[in-house]
Design a binder for this molecule. Structure first.
Ligand code: SF4
Length: 301
């Protein structure tokens, strides 16, 4: 069998061991060397070119159904056992809240029962809400899908995210206190101030895009399977041009900030790909607005 393996950045070091095992079983194995941050980014093109039987994607749950390919797509989850003492040792942070909305990433969803037990033993009620269209587990958040947080916070006094880094919790539109329990950095802290600072930066970019001198927009389209939104880009172009702006549709698999900056004539960008791309606005050197904010922009033009 011909197999293409694809790993997210944090798992690439496991490629050798898995490849060796599959080869010893008589398979022909290829390893995708491209960057990968989610199941929104399957190595479909490579799999087609190689004519493989299976594309095996590690570390993420299915993002959306991909149909019409001649090869099978397998998702191999990666379960990581976080040291949950980070939660039990820092319960003081949650002391004044009764109902806790619990959030985590796909790597740790299997530990939700243990997290719940820690919180319930301390007298809390725990809410684990179903996520959005791109998640597969209750309580799971993605950088672009925090529906489980949005739902949970309606019935909770605070949110508790157990997992690594700030990428996932800063994607939450938190209306109540949100605490991070990070078993990797071994830090526990409240993150609402940072979320608010990011919201203000987005507001600043909205105002910059609405300035009269912002005339030429680059509309970013990624061909990654879960990020492709040409319809949104065409609509954005039409609407911006109806307001007297000029818009150009830029297409790439990976949106490279340097390559975009080299065009040297855009005043701003509208992103239709991964909604977290606008956070890289400093590297673009120009304001970047997500397509979800287009209607707000059009109201200001
Ligand atoms: S946040 Fe971006 S990279 Fe991550 S799954 Fe969503 S679209 Fe993909």
């Amino acid at each position: 069998m011909k197999i293409l393996l694809q790993f997210p950045e944090g798992m690439k070091e496991k490629a050798r061991e898995i490849s060796d095992k599959l080869e010893s079983e008589g398979n022909t194995v290829f390893i995708s060397a491209a960057q990968c941050f989610g199941a929104c980014d399957l190595a479909l093109e490579e799999a087609r070119m190689l004519g493989v039987d299976v594309l095996r994607h590690y570390g993420h749950a299915e993002f959306h159904k991909v149909t019409g390919e001649k090869f099978d797509i397998e998702y191999i989850p990666y379960q990581s056992d976080a040291n949950l003492k980070i939660l039990s040792d820092n319960l003081a942070l949650l002391k004044k809240y009764k109902k806790i909305g619990l959030l985590t990433t796909v790597q740790h969803v299997h530990q939700i029962p243990q997290m719940r037990e820690i919180l319930e033993s301390a007298g809390h009620e725990v809410m684990v809400a179903k996520g959005g269209a791109h998640t597969r587990h209750a309580g799971q958040v993605l950088g672009c899908d925090s529906v489980s947080a949005t739902v949970a916070q309606k019935e909770s006094d605070c949110l508790a995210y157990v997992g690594g880094g700030i990428f996932h919790p800063t994607g939450v539109d938190a209306k109540i206190p949100l605490f991070v329990f990070d078993p990797y950095s071994w830090k526990a802290y409240q993150i609402n101030d940072l979320i608010e600072r990011l919201r203000k930066k987005r507001q600043g970019m909205l105002l910059a895009c609405a300035q009269d001198k912002t005339r030429k927009f680059g509309i970013l389209v990624s061909t990654k399977n879960g990020q492709y939104n040409l319809a949104g880009a065409l609509l954005a172009k039409k609407k911006l041009e109806a307001k007297g702006r000029k818009a150009y549709i830029l297409v790439a698999n990976f949106i490279d900030t340097t390559a975009c900056a080299n065009f040297n004539f855009f005043d701003a960008y509208i992103n239709t790909a991964c909604p977290r791309i606008p956070e890289d606005y400093e590297r673009f050197g120009k304001p970047v607005l997500d397509i979800s904010e287009l209607s707000k922009l059009l109201e200001l033009l």
